[in-house]
Design a protein around this ligand. Structure first.
Ligand SMILES: C[S@@+](CC[C@H](N)C(=O)[O-])C[C@H]1O[C@@H](n2cnc3c(N)ncnc32)[C@H](O)[C@@H]1O
Length: 429
C-alpha cells in the first residue's frame, strides 16, 4: 500500500466553506477534502456524496456545476444546506445586533422546546426556558429561506454548546455532576457567537460557489431501487466523493443521539418541523441498522478476524451487506468514465480491525471497476482520540483497562474507475 506523508499537507490551515459552523461526528478534515477535490474533481464535474454528513466534501467542490448530497440524518441536511446558503452579510449583522436587544426583553415562551423522550437531563431548566425564548424570537423575524437555514444551523450548534454534552465528547457523554452544577451558559450569547463566526466567514468569501447544490434526507441503501431519487434525476455523476460511516452505529459512531438533541430544539423553528427525529430512528437508518434488503448477508471473514458466531460478527455482516447495497446503487449512477473516491478507515470492532478499504475495493471490483489509487494518510489533523472508553456512560466499568479501545490512526483514500475506460490502468499497490 502506498503510504502518503500527507497529501493535504500544503492545504493545512485552509478551510472549506463555513467549515466550523457545527461540530459533526467523523468530519473529513478540511485539508483532505480540498486535496481530494483538487486531485479528482475537475471543475466541470458533477459530484455526488451519498453520505454527506456536515457537507465538507461538497463544500470543497465549489467549482462544480452540480453537487448532490444525501444523508439519513436530518442534521446533515441542515448543515450542508446552510453551507451553501447565500446570505447578505449586512442582514446577518442585523440579526446579530437584534440578539442583544431581544435578550432580556423577550416575552414568556408560549411553549417549551427540547427533548421530550429522553430519560437523561441534557439541559438545565433555565437553559430550556431561554432556548424557548430564542426560538420564539427567531420565529418572529422575517427571514428569507437562506437566512433561516444559516440561523437554524447556528442555533443547532448553540444548542449543543448549552447542553450538558461534553465539548470534546466522542459520543454523547455528559458533564459530571459538579461541572453541571457550575455550568451557566447563555443561549443568546452562544447563538450570537455562532452567527458571528458565520458573518466573519461569509465576509471573507470573494465569490459564491458555482452551480447548484441539491441536498436530500434519504437512505443511500435504496439508491439502486429508487427511480424517483435525486440521484436518478440529476445523474449520472462524474465523481462520487464520499466518506461512509466506518462501521455500524452501535459499535462505532452514533450519529443519532447528539443530532436529535440539537434537532429537538431546531425543529421548533418555522419551516423546520420536518427535521424532528429521534436518535433511534436516525441510527436505525444508518448502515448496519434496521434491515432494508435481502439476506444472506456478507460474511465478515476476509475483512475481520473476530469469531464467526459472535453478535459482533452478525452486526458487521449486516453493515457490510448494507455497504455493498450502496455501492450497487452508486455504480448505476456513475458516468461511464466516472470515478468513485472513498475516504475510509480500518476501525477496531470487537478487538479486530475491519478492513473497509479492502471491502470497498472488492465491492467495486465485482462490478467491473479497478483500483487506480489507494493511499493511506496518518490522522494528524483530525481531532480523534487515540483511545476511547467503550463503556462511556457506565461509571462502574469505566475504569477498567478493557474499557479502553484503540480507534483509528489513519484514513485510507480509495479511488476506483471502470476498467473499460481507455487509459485507466491499475495502480501498483
Ligand atoms: C463519516 S460521516 C460523513 C462525514 C462527512 N463527510 C463530513 O465531512 O462531515 C458518514 C455519514 O453517513 C450517514 N449515513 C449513514 N448511513 C446512511 C444511509 N443509510 N444513508 C444515508 N446516509 C447515511 C451518517 O448520517 C453520516 O452523516
Amino acid at each position: 500500500m502506498r503510504r502518503s506523508t500527507d497529501p493535504g499537507d500544503s492545504l493545512v490551515g485552509l478551510g472549506t466553506r463555513l467549515s466550523r459552523i457545527h461540530p459533526y461526528p467523523a468530519m473529513v478534515p478540511d485539508e483532505l477534502a480540498l486535496s481530494l477535490v483538487s486531485r479528482f474533481v475537475p471543475p466541470d464535474a458533477s459530484v455526488l456524496d451519498p453520505f454527506c454528513g456536515s457537507g465538507r466534501l461538497l463544500a470543497a467542490a465549489t467549482r462544480s456545476p452540480l453537487r448532490v448530497g444525501i444523508d439519513i440524518n436530518p442534521l446533515a441536511w441542515l448543515l450542508t444546506q446552510a453551507k451553501f446558503a447565500k446570505v447578505d452579510p449586512r442582514r446577518l449583522r442585523a440579526i446579530i445586533a437584534g440578539i442583544s436587544r431581544a435578550e432580556g426583553h423577550s416575552p414568556e415562551p408560549a411553549f417549551l422546546v427540547g427533548p421530550t423522550e429522553r430519560k437523561v437531563k441534557w439541559f438545565s431548566k433555565s437553559v430550556i426556558e431561554e432556548l424557548s425564548r430564542v426560538v420564539q424570537w427567531l420565529n418572529s423575524l422575517d427571514l428569507s429561506k437562506n437566512e433561516s437555514l444559516l440561523v437554524a444551523a447556528a442555533l443547532s450548534a448553540a444548542v449543543r454548546d448549552v447542553s450538558f454534552a461534553r465539548e470534546q465528547g466522542w459520543k454523547l457523554h455528559r458533564l459530571d455532576a459538579e461541572s453541571r452544577r457550575k455550568f451557566r451558559p447563555c443561549p443568546w450569547d452562544r447563538l450570537a457567537r455562532r452567527l458571528t463566526y458565520c458573518l466573519e466567514e461569509l465576509s471573507k468569501q470573494s465569490s459564491s460557489p458555482c452551480g447548484r447544490t441539491i441536498v436530500k434526507i434519504g437512505d443511500s441503501r435504496t439508491l439502486a431501487c429508487s427511480g424517483e431519487s435525486p440521484v436518478a434525476k440529476y445523474g449520472p455523476f462524474d465523481v462520487v466523493l464520499t466518506s461512509p460511516p466506518y462501521g455500524d452505529s452501535r459499535s462505532t459512531v452514533q450519529y443519532g443521539a447528539a443530532s436529535s438533541l440539537c434537532l429537538s430544539v431546531v425543529s421548533h423553528l418555522i419551516g423546520f418541523d420536518h427535521l424532528r427525529a429521534s436518535g433511534g430512528s436516525i441510527d436505525s437508518g444508518c448502515l448496519g441498522g434496521a434491515p432494508v434488503h435481502r439476506k444472506p448477508w456478507f460474511s465478515p471473514k476476509p475483512y475481520w478476524s473476530g469469531a464467526d458466531q459472535s453478535p459482533q460478527a452478525a452486526s458487521i455482516s449486516k453493515y457490510l451487506s448494507d455497504y455493498d447495497a450502496v455501492c450497487d446503487g452508486l455504480v448505476d449512477h456513475l458516468s461511464p468514465d466516472g470515478k468513485a473516491v472513498f475516504v475510509v478507515a480500518r476501525r477496531s470492532a470487537g478487538g479486530y480491525r475491519l478492513k473497509l478499504d479492502e471491502f470497498t475495493i472488492d465491492c467495486f471490483s465485482r462490478r467491473g471497476f479497478i483500483l487506480i489509487l489507494r493511499e493511506e494518510r496518518p490522522l494528524s489533523h483530525k481531532r480523534t482520540p487515540r483511545l476511547i472508553n467503550r463503556f462511556g456512560r457506565d461509571a462502574t466499568r469505566r475504569g477498567s483497562a478493557s474499557a479502553l479501545v484503540p480507534t483509528m490512526n489513519s484514513e485510507i483514500v480509495v479511488v476506483m474507475a471502470r476498467s473499460s475506460v481507455p487509459g485507466v490502468k491499475r495502480r501498483s499497490s
